[in-house]
Write a protein that binds this ligand. Structure first.
Ligand code: NDP
Length: 276
């Protein structure tokens, strides 16, 4: 009997996850032999499920809401970007039997912005809406692209302030409440709140988006999210959702696990065609 390398995504809810399909498409494209499943796991069962998965020969896990912080605590060693993000979306069994934790969300976003959509990040003013787990994961990879500044605006100002303080010395990051955004303008506005999921928008003032600026919603959906529509109404050069980021963060995880980088463009094109 051939032993197939096993991977899985854990989260709750998980039924909607596109990760099993994306990794299956990567495996077919690269000729890698693996199995990737989705497991519904509530937070209180995470440690037991992950431990048993690896004890039974599993090679790697993706972790999504609400498990990323638990996965961070679970990982025995972490990459710098995961360490700073305090959230892990990829766990990988190492040669020595230890479990490595990484966060591929930020690099997934940066790759989608730069390579897939030709949005330059150096020298621009970036606004991130939201100060939750996703926001944490994208700040360091964005700073590494040398923007002029990053402003984090959040409904709960204290959370934005706390997050900004964690990046002192890494770049210019400041914290605002939504009401402080009046009179400001940004070249790139990233929605990292979960408000799109309930079809709501944070209160955004007029003229927030600079001329020729772009918008990016980390959330994705079969139809344009409320933030993608806001971007279009505010004459964004590009107003994008997070499907490309999802595929790019998955490609990064696949590369960590398999040592082979899949081509993402055909997979993004396929998923886009399916939802249109
Ligand atoms: P969290 O629950 O950790 O954070 C949610 C954030 O949204 C908080 O800052 C919260 O503010 C804010 N928020 C929620 N509702 C509202 C509202 N009605 N108005 C204003 N602010 C609101 O979520 P995550 O950070 O994990 O995820 C955020 C989004 O990113 C989700 O849509 C998720 O699907 C997406 N995502 C996409 C990925 C991809 O690959 N495309 C990868 C990772 C995440 P407060 O602090 O005040 O509560």
């Amino acid at each position: 009997m051939i032993d197939i390398d096993r991977y899985a995504v854990l989260g709750q809810p998980i039924a909607h996850s596109k990760s099993p399909r994306i990794h299956q498409l990567f495996a077919e494209q690269t000729g890698e032999c693996l199995q990737y499943s989705a497991l519904e796991v509530p937070a209180e069962q995470f440690t037991d499920v992950a431990t048993s998965f690896f004890a039974n020969g599993g090679k790697g896990l993706n972790c999504t809401v609400p498990l990323k912080e638990l996965a961070w605590a679970y990982a025995e060693c972490k990459t710098e970007r995961a360490q700073l993000a305090k959230a892990v979306n990829t766990l990988a069994l190492q040669q020595d039997g230890s479990i490595l934790g990484d966060n591929t969300d930020g690099i997934g976003l940066v790759t989608d912005l730069k390579q897939n959509h030709d949005i330059a990040l150096a020298g621009i003013r970036i606004l991130i809406l939201g100060a939750g787990g996703a926001s944490r994961g994208i700040i360091l990879p964005l700073l590494e692209e040398a923007p002029v500044s990053i402003v984090i605006a959040n409904r709960t100002l204290a959370k934005a302030q706390q997050l900004a303080s964690e990046f002192v010395g890494k770049g210019k990051v400041s914290a605002f409440g939504f009401e402080d955004l009046n009179g400001q303008s940004f070249d790139l506005i990233i929605n990292a709140t979960s408000s799109s999921l309930s079809d709501q928008l944070p209160p955004l003032p007029e003229n927030l988006l600079a001329k020729q600026g772009s918008c990016y919603d980390l959330a994705y959906s079969n139809k344009a999210t409320v933030f993608v529509r806001w971007g279009i109404e505010n004459k964004a050069l590009k107003s994008l959702d997070g499907l490309g980021m999802l595929v790019e963060q998955a490609a990064e995880a696949f590369t960590i696990w398999r040592g082979v980088r899949p081509q993402t463009t055909p997979i993004i094109d396929l998923l886009n065609a399916e939802r249109n």
